[in-house]
Design a protein around this ligand. Structure first.
Ligand code: ZN
Length: 413
């Protein structure tokens, strides 16, 4: 068997204890302008389709169930004023059919069974309907959250806050400070052993916004442990960290990864993508397009990253995780993963734990290529057009959201 060099670099402590991990399709789909997320934007790839995943994690030794992220609340017109204003002004399209709370309950999981909800970060497309969880459900957030005065006590007490005060009131709010000097760095990130037994770590992955954290779930134990990395919004597109030196483009992209599309020949030589790699056009020292990630984190003035350079450093570290055959990287907004892997919605009994044996990593690794432009023509189509409410188009949405959002600019009365 080929030696997994990435694993020795990542330095994940050993353990026999695992968690069970299931993916939830939160039904939220957002369309965003690519320029705020990736660079350089290519003609034909001006928008990104961002479906939203969340994860249900069972910890058998304690019997605890936790959630990692919640997606978008269904009634997004009740979001705090700040995010509504932003939605109305800059987001091209949004559809949410169900609340994650509804999906859990439909599958027989009572919200009181969820002992903790972890927010990878406090943005509206991850915080869901937190207020619907009982007060017994703890909310876990990343470093700096509690002390940032613009966040707490939350909207409407603080009109500018992107957090709904109802999400944080009357429940235990735990901020992971990552200040335990004894905790190891995993893959270069500060870590926190959530259950104290090596089954689930939180990683300090800064850059996108204050307190952004990832999860690292041990899916099989022992000396050849496997892991699922819950990426949150460490970045928003798999082409930010693929291809890489560890996993370069294969000479032919597996047909199973590509849409059945008249554009893609069978077999599909990787040159189809490598030839249009942005690195071909950049600078005097060309990088190997088969081993260099397609995009970098946006540094545009509208960038969705508080600190683009820091985000890029986090993504550079993520490449080592992604290069390991023992780690499956799951970004919150990776549509391929939602398309191809079992979800709680469709297969409630099926978890992701057996991902390595079932070949899930290979199944989803190159799916992002379908989103790329083809000779300047559009890649995959825009996933949603306009705003939706109760399964129907809602033409007045932007007007309503902007109007509701005006409260963000009003002083507290
Ligand atoms: Zn997000």
């Amino acid at each position: 068997m080929e030696e997994d060099y990435s694993m020795s670099q990542l330095k994940i402590p050993s353990s026999d204890v695992t968690v069970r991990i299931r993916m939830v399709d939160t039904t939220g789909v957002i369309v965003v302008r690519a320029i705020s997320f990736i660079e350089p934007v290519q003609p034909g790839h001006e928008i990104l389709n961002l479906p939203c995943a969340a994860f249900l994690i069972d910890h058998p030794p304690s019997g605890r169930k936790i959630m990692f992220d919640l997606g978008v609340r269904k009634d997004y017109w009740k979001l705090p004023a700040g995010p509504q204003k932003r939605l109305g002004m800059v987001t091209p399209a949004l559809r949410v059919d169900k609340d994650t709370t509804e999906i859990l309950m439909e599958k027989g999981i009572d919200l009181s069974e969820i002992s903790s909800v972890i927010w990878s970060h406090y943005h509206w497309d991850h915080t869901g309907s937190m207020e619907l969880f009982p007060s017994s459900t703890e909310l876990v957030v990343g470093p700096g959250f509690v002390s940032l005065p613009s966040l707490l006590p939350g909207y409407p007490h603080n009109p500018q806050s992107p957090i709904d005060s109802a999400a944080v009131e009357n429940r235990v709010l735990t901020e992971i400070a990552f200040d335990d000097a004894a905790s190891p760095r995993i893959g270069g990130f500060r870590s926190h052993d959530f259950f104290g037994d090596g089954s689930f770590y939180l990683l300090d992955t800064p850059g996108h916004c204050l307190g952004h954290i990832c999860g690292l779930a041990r899916t099989t134990g022992g000396s050849d442990s496997t892991f699922v990395l819950l990426g949150g919004d460490i970045c928003h597109f798999a082409g930010d960290f693929r291809p890489s030196r560890q996993i370069p483009f294969p000479p032919a992209i597996p047909c199973s990864s590509l849409d059945r599309d008249a554009y893609f020949p069978i077999p599909c030589p990787c040159s189809l993508f490598a030839d249009s790699h942005p690195s071909n056009a950049a600078g005097t020292k060309p990088l190997d397009p088969c081993k260099t990630p397609f995009y970098r984190i946006s540094t545009h003035e509208t960038a969705a990253y508080t600190d683009s350079a820091e985000s890029q450093r986090s993504v550079d570290k993520l490449i080592v995780f992604d290069g390991s055959p023992s780690v499956l990287v799951c970004l919150a907004h990776d549509g391929t993963m939602l398309r191809k892997l079992p979800t709680l919605n469709s297969n409630p009994e099926e978890d992701l734990n057996d991902w390595k044996r079932r070949g899930y990593k290979e199944m989803i690794h190159w799916g992002w290529l379908n989103e790329l432009p083809r000779n300047g023509k559009l890649g995959r189509k825009q996933a949603v057009k306009g705003f939706w409410r109760d399964y129907q188009q809602w033409p007045e949405a932007q007007e309503v959201l902007c109007k509701n959002g005006e409260a963000a600019a009003s002083p507290l009365l």
